[in-house]
Design a protein around this ligand. Structure first.
Ligand code: GLY
Length: 565
């Protein structure tokens, strides 16, 4: 891979409109009539705008953006991982959930990450070939296009082919991200050569070229799923994984299939909410939290008040406790009862005391994770017809397993860590689980990704999602509460300081430097343990007003950008 410090003229000229408009408009908010989107990358958003300009619909945009992010946002954008999409088809008004989550290799087994003493083998589920699930992203993007796209497949993939071949200009965010992960990526020769040719560091303004990925994307452009799941790319995946002792086989790749699922749907206030069902916990846990808080009078609360934070966190604690027990891949494990049932929720609500908290540690020992932060990416797309596409996809932690497929220019995920590796042992998000989410061959690991569509009076109102592992659920839920209960406009709803509780570890996480000292003291007085973190979630959302005007907002916590036509 050649690191180039000159302008890759042709393609960058094609992106000139973006650089110009990007300079003029540094705001993350825009208003559009024909189509709008928000993604984690200004370049990917610009590609979405180009697809809209060509007459593409929201699905076409979602496909082109998915491939573009795989090039320009390599820590999370991917073809070596998996994800989910919640979509609304304007022609039928149907809302559906597409599951392209990774699967455990057929040769995997329940105790594969434990030593002979039953202890977790360090890093095995997070780094290298053993950490990888069978990738589903390409199958997911292909399905979105095949079922709902209107432009030609090669045209949609072409943007990413050009980006990979000609390169993109590294911004400050990306240079910092590469620097942060250099040591970990350099463990594998394939990744070291790809991301740090000549072992050099990246500076803002450099051009990152990835011709190996350009080749891979060109195969995908030509033959769709064939090369990746059964041809040359499949051979390289299997050979790379085998070299490092992993399990993914040709049979795993050839048998990978997406699943259409019925979204989790429920009402909150006057909103109709549709989100991801298992194998994501997102929709159900969001539903529990919203239903628990719905019964309370918010007139004395504000979005950063002690009372609201306490109520929300007590509700989240209850919901996440259920997550650890009852949720897993529905093809392998039946959730034993309806965890959104009104009577059940009422009973759970009785456990909330507005004046104090108790200890989750009384129930099960919690261990504060000290692992690297998770990284995922979400983008939201809406068009004038009312098609809506919310995509959250991931390699799991930043740059996934850190292992790049030899000669192919892309990273494999470390999604196996999302299984319950042993009862009560926390994964890299500190989440614990048991039987429902144990490892089984060809099973999908439990996720927290929550691509979400919200309607009001059966009309599209907003669409959103976030990265952040378990924090995805609380971030998305808090934005919904801010829009509905606190009546904030979208940009302010996203700007609100966020907080998080997931039952175990037993503490409230607050975004640092965002909360008043009185709020922290008030929470301590109620019995909470407080920890701080740099940020919680990175929401990309589109709001549609009564006249059909779209507001797109990229969360100012990240490098994202909103755009449209
Ligand atoms: N890998 C993070 C999630 O799926 O929740």
């Amino acid at each position: 891979m050649i690191k180039q410090r000159y302008m890759a003229a042709a393609f960058l000229l094609a992106l000139l409109p973006f650089f110009i408009s990007g300079c003029k408009n540094s705001s993350v908010t825009s208003y559009y009539e024909k189509g709008a989107l928000a993604t984690a990358s200004p370049i990917a958003t610009n590609i979405g705008e180009q697809v809209f300009a060509k007459g593409g619909n929201a699905f076409d945009v979602a496909v082109a953006v998915g491939f573009a992010l795989a090039v320009v946002h390599p820590e999370a954008g991917n073809i070596g991982g998996g994800g989910f999409a919640v979509i609304r088809d304007a022609s039928t008004k149907e809302i559906k959930a597409l599951d392209f989550r990774e699967k455990a290799p057929l040769a995997s087994s329940e105790k594969m990450y434990l030593d002979s003493m039953g202890n977790l083998i360090e890093n095995m589920s997070t780094v290298g070939a053993n950490a990888c699930g069978v990738p589903g992203t390409l199958a997911g993007l292909y399905e979105l296009w095949q079922e709902h796209g209107s432009l030609k497949w090669p045209e949609l993939v072409n943007y990413a082919v050009l980006l990979a071949d000609s390169g993109f200009i590294v911004n400050a965010y990306q240079a910092e991200s590469f620097a942060k992960y250099k040591d970990r990526l350099s463990v594998f020769d394939e990744s070291s050569r790809l991301f740090f040719p000549g072992n050099e560091n990246w500076q803002k303004g450099d051009t990152f070229v990835n011709r190996e990925l350009g080749w891979t994307l060109a195969q995908i452009q030509k033959d769709g799923l064939v090369s990746f799941y059964t041809g040359d790319i499949a051979d390289s995946i299997v050979a790379t994984v085998k070299r490092y002792g992993g399990l993914i086989s040709h049979e795993d790749l050839a048998s990978y299939q997406i699943k259409w699922r019925k979204p989790v749907s429920f009402r909150f206030d006057s909103l109709q909410i549709y989100s991801m069902p298992p194998p994501s916990s997102g929709g159900l846990i969001m539903g529990q939290i919203l239903k628990l808080v719905e019964a309370y009078d918010f007139s004395k609360y504000d979005p950063a008040s002690i009372e609201y934070i306490h109520l929300f966190c007590e509700s989240a604690r209850l919901a996440f406790a259920d997550r650890s027990e009852y949720l897993g891949d529905p093809d392998f494990y039946n959730i034993p009862f309806d965890i959104l049932d009104e009577n059940y929720i009422s009973k759970r609500r009785e456990l909330i005391n507005l004046n104090t908290t108790n200890s989750s540690l009384e129930i099960l020992p919690g261990i504060m994770p000290t692992y690297e932060s998770g990284q995922t990416t979400h983008y939201s797309v809406v068009d004038a017809q009312g098609n809506m596409v919310a995509v959250t996809y991931t390699l799991n932690s930043s740059y996934g397993s850190k292992l790049a497929v030899s000669g192919c220019g892309f990273l494999l995920n470390n999604e196996m860590d999302d299984f319950a590796l042993a009862p009560g042992v926390p994964n890299l998000y500190g989440l614990v689980g048991g039987e429902a989410n144990k490892i089984e061959p060809a099973k999908r690991m439990l996720s927290s990704m929550s691509p979400t569509i919200v309607l009001k009076n059966d009309k599209p109102l907003f669409i959103l999602g976030s990265p952040g592992g378990s924090q995805i659920i609380t971030a998305v839920t808090q934005v919904i509460v801010s829009l509905s209960r606190f009546r904030l406009p979208l940009e302010r709803a996203l700007a609100q300081p966020r907080f998080h509780h997931q039952w175990l570890p037993d503490n409230i996480l607050l975004e640092e430097k965002s909360f008043d000292i009185n709020v922290k003291q008030g929470l301590l007085k109620l019995g909470h343990v407080i920890k701080e973190t740099d940020m919680i979630g990175e929401i990309h959302a589109v709001y549609i007003d009564g006249a059909g005007l779209m507001t797109a907002v990229a969360d100012s916590r990240g490098p994202g950008h909103a755009g449209g036509q």
